[in-house]
Design a binder for this molecule. Structure first.
Ligand code: AMP
Length: 406
């Protein structure tokens, strides 16, 4: 079965085409700058040459039309006809409390995703545009939605509630949801395989640290706690997001700096984190490079980032009353030898013995970076959210009876 996986942002659309017979990627690409007159379609057929096309692309509908045309293109395409695409899987950021698992797209499901626009105003509307664009361009092809929040719906109340008046939860569903669920789920399963133990017997902390960053405490295969909350702002220090802070900073700053709510919101999401402290960049590569050249601000940013991550790992070990493994994934987690070292070296009390040589290895495979015999194992597991979306889509479309997950 051929499955198209899509991840639609406000002005972008990423895609991967899978052949589920062997889970191989036939082609992948992205459309950027949707809505502008110099939109770019970058298409990469597997084993072929990357193609770049600049043109005016009005909206997501036109973007999907260009993508499907490229997938069936005489020279650069990988399909003879669009009919070969048997299903489309979409990444949707917020599933609220309604979606505890991936779902086949129906009118009901679309209505519910729209109802959740409030909770994810930047992310859910573009996903909906992607779904509508597929309906128009590939009519009758079943679609599946995979939610970033769904995996964390197993969190117990003591993890997901904020200690604020309950009426806010009852009226507005203000609670912690957590994100990156597809990734935390995928890497924890792979880690259990690598450990040779059933996931149902393990206590794992997964650290998805990329541009956005979150940790999850995974107890017996289920998300028990995670660092992001109502929105992806809570938790770890990130590239441009603050992560945890005293909420009183918001009114205090508004008052002192005469800022509006939107301005403070933008400060915390776009002008904080590594960027704010280093004054150099939100990119960990540049922070580490500057730190190695003796830049004090870069060093402070790095130390704050790794200290905050370490605190979460310790807190989750306490939350689960034990720890078998820590997993690093995403851009920083998979690539930054320095971040992993700084975090693990200060966790020896938990039973982590880092192996510097293993930590310095470069590989696309899941691997250990602790010494043999380390009481707690630390692994680097490359994430693959698209593959998990393709797998869920495949399963749901093959078994259309499973429509009652709401
Ligand atoms: P992601 O959101 O998972 O794509 O991660 C992107 C981020 O990963 C970038 O902004 C960088 O900060 C980080 N990154 C990528 N490669 C490296 C590397 N070699 N060393 C440190 N950080 C990296």
């Amino acid at each position: 079965m051929i499955i198209l996986v899509m991840n639609a942002g406000s002005s972008s659309l990423k895609y991967q085409l899978y052949n589920m017979a062997d889970e191989s990627v036939l082609a992948q690409g992205r459309v950027e700058r949707i809505g502008m007159d110099d939109s770019i379609l970058t298409h990469e057929p597997s084993g072929g040459v990357e193609v770049n096309r600049v043109s005016e692309i009005l909206d997501h509908n036109e973007a999907v039309r260009k993508v499907t045309a490229m997938l069936t293109h005489r020279e650069h395409g990988v399909l003879k006809s669009m009919d070969e695409i048997k299903a489309v899987g979409h990444r949707v950021v917020h599933g609220g409390e309604s979606f505890k698992q991936s779902m086949l797209v129906t009118n009901e499901v679309k209505k519910e995703i729209r109802r959740l626009f409030d909770l994810a105003p930047l992310h859910n509307p573009p996903a909906m545009m992607g779904i509508t664009a597929v309906e128009l361009n590939l009519p009758n092809v079943p679609q599946v939605v995979v939610f970033d929040t769904a995996f964390h719906q197993t969190m117990p109340m003591e993890s997901f509630l904020y200690p604020i008046p309950m009426v806010l939860y009852r009226r507005h569903k203000i609670r912690r949801y957590g994100f990156h669920g597809t990734s935390h789920n995928y890497v924890s399963r792979l880690a259990a395989e690598k450990l040779g133990k059933p996931l149902s017997e393990l206590k794992i902390v997964t650290c998805h640290i990329g541009n956005g960053a979150s940790c999850a405490a995974i107890l017996n295969g289920k998300s028990f706690d995670t660092s992001m909350g109502l929105t992806p702002l809570e938790g770890l220090m990130m590239g441009t997001r603050s992560g945890d802070l005293d909420p009183a900073i918001v009114p205090f700053t508004m008052n002192k700096e005469e800022l509006t709510l939107n301005e403070v919101n933008s400060m915390l999401n776009k002008h904080s984190g590594l960027m704010a402290i280093s004054g150099i960049s939100s990119d960990m590569r540049e922070i580490v490079a500057a730190m190695e050249e003796g830049d004090k601000h870069a060093k402070l940013a790095f130390d704050m980032y790794t200290y905050r991550l370490r605190k979460y790992i310790g807190a989750y070990a306490a939350g689960m009353n034990g720890l078998d493994a820590v997993v690093f994934t995403a851009g920083v987690g998979e690539n930054s030898v320095a971040v992993r070292k700084a975090v693990c070296e200060q966790l020896t009390f938990l039973g982590i013995e880092l192996d510097d040589e293993r930590n310095a290895e470069r590989s696309k495979e899941a691997r250990y970076i602790t010494k043999d015999g380390s009481r707690v194992s630390v692994l680097v597991v490359p994430t693959n959210e698209e593959l998990l979306i393709a797998r869920d889509t495949y399963e749901i479309v093959n078994n259309r009876d499973g429509e009652d997950g709401m």
